[in-house]
Design a protein around this ligand. Structure first.
Ligand code: SAH
Length: 158
C-alpha cells in the first residue's frame, strides 16, 4: 500500500534548504489562501491587534496581509533564504539579530516591528522564547512535518 512508505517518509532540513536554494518551491502560493479570506472573521472573532503564529511559514503572503491589517505576525522557518525573499519581495525593511536562547537561531524583524520571523527549526522554539498567540495559521505546515515528528511539532504549537 501507499500508506507504509508515506509513514516512513523523511524530508531533512538540508533537503528543505536545498529546495529554497534551487527554487524548487512549488508549495509557495502567490495568492492568498481562499479559505483564510473566507473564514478570517472566525479567526479574528471580533478582535483586533492579534498576535498570529505561522509555523513553517516559508514566505507566505498572508503574513503581509495580516500585518497590514494591524495584527502582529510571528513565523518560524528553517530557510534564511525564504525569510529574506519574503522581506525583499514585499519591499519591507528588516533587521536580523541572533536569538541567544537558540544556538544558530536568528530573528528577522520588520523595522515596523509587527512581523517577527524566527530562522530556526520549530523544535527549537518554545513559548518561553516566543510567548503566546491569539491564533495560528497552518497552511502546508503540519503536512510538511515528517510523520514521525508530528506529535513533537503539535506539542510545540499547543
Ligand atoms: N506555510 C508556508 C510554507 C509551507 S512548506 C506556505 O503557506 O507557503 C513548509 C516549509 O517549512 C518550507 O518552507 C520548509 O523550509 C519549512 N520547514 C521544514 N521543516 C521545518 C522545521 N523543522 N522548522 C521550521 N521550518 C521548517
Amino acid at each position: 500500500s501507499e500508506v507504509g512508505p508515506q509513514k516512513e517518509r523523511v524530508v531533512t532540513e538540508e533537503e528543505w534548504l536545498q529546495k529554497w536554494e534551487t527554487g524548487n518551491i512549488g508549495f509557495h502560493k502567490e495568492q492568498r489562501h481562499p479559505l483564510l479570506q473566507k473564514h478570517l472573521d472566525v479567526l479574528l472573532n471580533g478582535r483586533s491587534g492579534l498576535r498570529i503564529f505561522f509555523p513553517l511559514c516559508g514566505k507566505a503572503v498572508e503574513m503581509k496581509w495580516l500585518a497590514d491589517m494591524g495584527h502582529s505576525v510571528v513565523g518560524v522557518e528553517v530557510s534564511e533564504q525564504a525569510l529574506k525573499d519574503f522581506f525583499s519581495e514585499h519591499s519591507l525593511p528588516y533587521y536580523e539579530e541572533p536569538v541567544p536562547e537558540i544556538s544558530g537561531g536568528k530573528i528577522f524583524q520588520s523595522t515596523s516591528g509587527n512581523i517577527s520571523l524566527y530562522c530556526c527549526s520549530i523544535y527549537d522554539l518554545s513559548s518561553s522564547i516566543v510567548g503566546k498567540f491569539d491564533g495560528v495559521w497552518d497552511r502546508g505546515a503540519l503536512v510538511a512535518v515528517n510523520p514521525r515528528d508530528r506529535q513533537r511539532s503539535v506539542n510545540c504549537i499547543v
